[in-house]
Design a binder for this molecule. Structure first.
Ligand SMILES: Nc1ncnc2c1ncn2[C@@H]1O[C@H](COP(=O)(O)OP(=O)(O)O)[C@@H](O)[C@H]1O
Ligand SMILES: [Mg+2]
Length: 287
């Protein structure tokens, strides 16, 4: 039953109560089966270029879901559709019971989707702590200005937000860099700080766009370790977009492989890694 398509799984889930799942389930099937994000038949075009062509998949609560594919496959485009930066011409995207297509990026962030960027998205002149505090901005009821007018309430809120940020600093072992301007952080640490900024938003779904791009082996292993730690400590689902297949194979519960905007394989990391179409796409890209 691990070989069912995403559609078949979705049907199976809606039709069968959780306790009706047969024995012999894989580790993937023992995950929380609740669908958090449902992407159906999404097509995105730029003039003559079809960046995404009828892409469908779902992500379950607490799942680490990976999207792989060669450069230009459409990975970043998926994220831009999920967070409202691009509007697909066709298809639906649903988070819980909320339809996302047509909503503005800020509205989608407020619904619980946070992202990191392929290129760093930190404010270089602000300290690491202040960057993380900005990540919480949408959670703050009192703005900076009203905060000054209503000092007591703002003070209590600030204490709460600082405490949440400090937890992330501890989780990601960023203590030594708390007061360092983001622009001066070593590259690997800056990528981790960006992860921290996204986590500070308390997302239910975190989108990670090539979190190890440009990293050496040691930095990559570090990042993998922190991602595992984040998963263990926080209740959130992650979609990891990655060019480098090795990282994905170690971390992901399920993998979706894209090439030229089309889904060419999906399943467990093992299934996808062995899929001839995936091997072909990667070898073709390298040639
Ligand atoms: N804003 C855009 N305008 C025009 N074409 C774009 C735009 N964004 C992406 N594309 C095209 O869509 C395709 C997929 O790009 P992208 O999603 O960035 O791929 P990946 O992240 O997998 O490398 C590419 O052909 C790219 O050139
Ligand atoms: Mg990309």
């Amino acid at each position: 039953m691990e070989h069912l398509s995403a559609e078949a799984r979705a049907v199976e889930r809606t039709d069968a109560p959780p306790d009706a799942v047969p024995d012999g389930q894989s580790s993937v099937d023992s995950l929380d089966e609740t669908v958090l994000l449902d992407v159906r038949d999404v097509t995105l075009r730029f003039g003559g270029v079809t960046a995404l062509d009828g892409v469908s998949f779902d992500v379950r609560r607490g799942e680490l879901f990976a999207v792989i594919g060669p450069n230009g496959a459409g990975k970043t485009s998926i994220f831009n559709c999920l967070n409202g930066v691009y509007r697909p011409q066709q298809g639906t995207i649903t988070l819980g019971d909320k339809r996302l297509v047509g909503r503005a990026p800020a509205a989608i962030a407020a619904l619980g989707i946070a992202r990191t960027f392929q290129n760093l998205g930190l404010f270089e002149h602000l300290t690491l702590i202040d960057n993380l505090m900005l990540g919480r901005h949408h959670l703050m009821r009192t703005g900076f200005l009203t905060g000054m007018l209503w000092w007591g309430r703002a003070k209590r809120e600030e204490v709460r937000h600082r405490a949440a940020v400090e937890e992330i600093v501890e989780l990601l072992e960023l203590e030594p860099y708390r007061r360092t301007p983001a622009g001066l952080l070593p590259y690997g640490v800056a990528k981790r700080a960006e992860l921290g900024r996204a986590l500070a938003m308390e997302p239910t779904l975190l989108l990670l766009d090539e979190p190890v791009a440009g990293m050496n082996l040691e930095e990559t292993e570090d990042m993998a370790r922190y991602l595992i730690e984040v998963r263990r400590e926080l209740d959130l689902a992650m979609i990891l977009v990655e060019h480098d297949m090795r990282l994905v194979m170690d971390l992901a519960d399920r993998v979706l492989a894209l090439d030229f905007g089309v889904v060419i394989a999906s399943g467990t990391p093992d299934e996808v890694q062995r899929d001839p179409k995936v091997i072909e796409a990667y070898l073709g890209g390298a040639a």
